[in-house]
Design a protein around this ligand. Sequence first.
Ligand SMILES: Nc1nc(=O)c2c([nH]1)NC[C@@H]1CN(c3ccc(C(=O)N[C@@H](CCC(=O)O)C(=O)O)cc3)C=[N+]21
Length: 287
Amino acid sequence: MNNGSESKIIDGRKLAKKIEREVKEDADQLRAQGVIPCLASILVGDDAASKLYISLKHRACDRAGILAKDYHLPSETSQGELTELIERLNQDDEVHAILVQLPLPESINEQEVMETIDPSKDADGFHPFNMGRLLIGNEGLVPCTPRGIIRALDEYQVNVEGKHAVVVGHSNVVGKPMAAMLLNRNATVSVCHVYTQDLNKFTSQADILIVATGVKHLIREDMVKEGSIIFDVGITEENGKIYGDVDYENVIERASLITPVPGGVGPVTVSILLEHVIKACRSSIKN
Ligand SMILES: Nc1nc(=O)c2c([nH]1)NC[C@@H]1CN(c3ccc(C(=O)N[C@@H](CCC(=O)O)C(=O)O)cc3)C=[N+]21
């Protein structure tokens, strides 16, 4: 790859390392005050991808000086049992942040589970209280992936005000909170999804394009605007290889900035989670 295209690449691993260093300093400071920042994570069942993601998070916690308490429950765990554990962790002063790995088994109502987490310990920012706050412009504990994308935009000194930002995917974990964060920064926001007719019409007008669908190489070169900034949130694993939602090799020619997969949005997401543990830990001390 020539230097021209290299300067376009948003290196997520590098940015994640930078964020981790900041978190480590904060964690060291808290430890010096006698407080050990602690994340409790709950995994229900044995999904291979979930196990991998949880281990990525734990390793990042270790590097940053955050204590990771791991709760691995069998797939037959009932909603009541899971709720009981969360309520216990809500009460535990040594636990500052709680994460329940998604997806949960079919028999468990994810939304109800999210609502049992104390909003002040909500590491993922998925609680309706924190989502509601986000919508009115109060970004405390907010979903990590969109928060990481905002951090990357800041890092590259991209001002989104007045720009056309197009979000493809309207999930509760990425698309919707992403749209809210962009609106909070006065972007003109379009949200597209699986029911959108003529997707190309929207994507080709995007100054900033964020794609979170899980559809391998959905976005092709002819669908993006020259000079646009592109974030690829998708991860599809096929025969041991990981693909994003963007046909990166070809789309990069047209982009002014673009995230690769892997090594883009994913690692930044994990480092933002660490930031949230520190945030939750600090606000628990104030009270
Ligand atoms: N409560 C909850 N919170 C989450 O934040 C959450 C979740 N549930 N469920 C699953 C998704 C997925 N997710 C990823 C995080 C990092 C990478 C990541 O760092 N990926 C590496 C590649 C790792 C690999 O797949 O080998 C990369 O993109 O470079 C990927 C995926 C967090 N999630």
